[in-house]
Design a protein around this ligand. Structure first.
Ligand SMILES: Cc1cc2nc3c(=O)[nH]c(=O)nc-3n(C[C@H](O)[C@H](O)[C@H](O)COP(=O)(O)OP(=O)(O)OC[C@H]3O[C@@H](n4cnc5c(N)ncnc54)[C@H](O)[C@@H]3O)c2cc1C
Length: 387
């Protein structure tokens, strides 16, 4: 079902219409096959880059689309309705462009950003390590000064687009800047000793490659550090607030598709002499699914509009990530239920949606970590009742 969107401008309406046409033509026909064959759709990203969908929220001065976050996220949601792996890829690419855009020098921004946000290059974001996921401050991979540059060693885990990306926003310990210092680097696959391990064998989202990236004494040239030395963790965490909104939009798109599949099936399928949608037990299940999808969409839009208005939105971003990914898990599971036995087979996309929803509760901060973030905000922002 086409979602009836409230959009600020005619330009935004045109952008959503273009996204729908492109996603129907390029994403929907490929999704099931590529997911089944665990194929990474590099050519689809090239196409999305050509029409400007890889740089929507970035400034027009650097070749971006200059769109509000609330509009960009609805584009991501439309893409996710057709293919979650690709929509997630756009979100990760946006995340990867963030450090250079927000913390890069004028020279770095001019040199790198036009190609990055213009969509000719695809990005990846290397924060996690195998022993440091929820707690990235425990990372061990490091870059040690060597003349004007650095020598980097270690391994970053779980890198979306690992082995396919053209640039990697990478967070490494820099012991020369202090015992606990972490800094951000712009790494490229041409650097000798920087390469991908074999891809992870995942439960779902198999069209999106995830691989560890090895750093075997990589000579990192001067000028590749992004932001101030030792500010890496702050850069990483600030980028994650907006990244969580991207995951939220992907989860909503996935949940919307699961609802659409369930409604279509309930209108066709008969049991006890009538359509199953005419059994109240099924209609109420569908109603709860619709309520979950619409309320999840509202959470990411609230957070995005705060971001667009220049207001703090970290708490709202964590709420959006938590609410919409939990909603996606529940709605996709219920969609399988509505389809009965058929839902459990690979003849219908419902089982794939359910597998894809699970990881949304895990990456970009698990939903336990989102609760931690929300709890910390509540403790910090609340005025004591007697104060
Ligand atoms: C498909 C996929 C793609 C990914 N892509 C990227 C990427 O592109 N870049 C990147 O940097 N990372 C990426 N990740 C990594 C992802 O962000 C981490 O997996 C995630 O942050 C969780 O870390 P972990 O797997 O080490 O789990 P752990 O941190 O080991 O957590 C295990 C469990 O303990 C819980 N837990 C941990 N600490 C607490 C606490 N304090 N309170 C309560 N519960 C807690 C967690 O919620 C979880 O349930 C990806 C992961 C996957 C699966």
């Amino acid at each position: 079902m086409a979602v009836d969107r409230e959009l600020p401008t005619q330009e935004a309406h045109d952008l959503i219409a273009l996204t729908r046409d492109l996603a129907d033509a390029e994403l929907a026909p490929r999704a099931a096959e590529y997911e089944r064959e665990e194929r990474f759709p590099r050519e689809v990203f090239a196409k999305l880059g050509e029409v400007g969908l890889l740089g929507l929220p970035f400034g027009e001065d650097v070749g971006g689309g200059g769109q509000p976050y609330a509009v960009y996220l609805q584009v991501v949601e439309e893409l996710a309705m057709r293919w979650a792996s690709v929509a997630l890829g756009i979100s990760v690419h946006t995340l990867a462009c963030g450090p250079v855009d927000r913390f890069g020098t004028t020279e770095q921004r001019e040199q790198w950003l036009p190609e990055m946000v213009g969509g000719r290059l695809l990005g990846a974001y290397c924060l996690s390590e195998s022993h440091a996921g929820s707690d990235p401050a425990a990372m061990r991979s490091r870059a040690v000064r060597d003349g004007a540059g650095w020598v980097a060693s270690g391994e970053k885990a779980w890198v979306t687009h690992g082995g396919h990306a053209d640039f990697y926003s990478t967070f490494l310990r820099t012991p020369d800047d202090g015992d606990r210092a972490i800094s951000c680097f712009h790494l490229t696959p041409d650097l000798a000793g920087f390469g991908a391990a074999p891809p992870e064998q995942k439960m779902g989202l198999t069209g999106s490659t995830t691989a560890a990236m090895r750093l075997d004494d990589v000579a990192v040239p001067a000028g590749r550090m992004v932001g101030e030395p030792g500010r890496g963790l702050a850069i990483a965490l600030s980028a994650l607030d907006s990244g969580r909104l991207g995951v939220s939009a992907v989860a909503v798109g996935l949940a919307q598709s699961a609802l659409d599949v369930a409604v279509a099936y309930a209108l066709e399928r008969e049991a006890f002499g009538r359509r199953i949608v005419d059994h109240q037990g099924v209609a109420f299940l569908l109603a709860d699914m619709a309520a979950a999808v619409e309320s999840a969409r509202a959470t990411y839009l609230v957070a995005a509009r705060r971001k667009d208005a220049g207001l703090p939105y970290s708490r709202q971003a964590s709420i959006a990530k938590l609410v919409s990914t939990d909603a996606a898990m529940k709605v996709t599971t219920d969609a399988v239920q509505v389809l009965g036995g058929a839902g459990y087979t690979r003849d219908h996309p419902a089982e794939r949606y359910m597998r894809e929803a699970k990881v949304m509760q895990i990456f970009e901060g698990t939903n336990q970590i989102q609760r931690m973030v929300i709890g910390k905000h509540l403790a910090k922002e609340a005025t004591p009742a007697n104060g």
